[in-house]
Design a protein. Sequence first.
Length: 208
Amino acid sequence: MANQEHDLPLYEKVWLKRTFQRVIDTFILFLLLLLLSNRVFSSNTFTFPCFLLAFICESWFTFNWIVILNSKWSPAITITHPDRLLQRIQELPPVDLFVTTADPVLEPPIITVNTVLSLLALDYPTNKLACYVSDDGCAPLTFYALVEASKFAKHWVPFCKRHNIQVRAPAKYFSDVTIYKNEDSLEFRQEWLQMKEMYDNLSHKIEE
């Protein structure tokens, strides 16, 4: 059983069925080729410069369509299974994550804070995850926001890992109130409200 788990793929490629679309694309290609053949066999009805220009344009359009058709003939989606990674690799490597910002006006600190918090809450060994923020503008507001975010992260990261939260950017997570409404656990509801209140206070401090 253990060997079977190790043999599970980390990703799967699923080919999409699009027979109807293939028929349409092929029909369009047939019309383009028919247009080119008609242009060649009826060239005597056109003056040579106009015929040559039209033929070159239509040939290029046909070639372009063949390239497009080739790229979308067999579309596929890739389904990843990151949960299987630990079954193959006993010890994950250390990872450094870099977040860059420059202007607190064009890039509001609350966005930078959400980015950092979502990275810190990744499902990865804490002792092997480091997050660095590069502020080219050296804005005091950004520094203050990160200091406050570090305090909030001490509660947010354990909350995410304890309840297996998938959306780990607080702004995005708390914008979906259905998560709270659809949860039956009283303990989770209380924690959710506490975390939301803490995040609202954090946002207010940064944006005021």
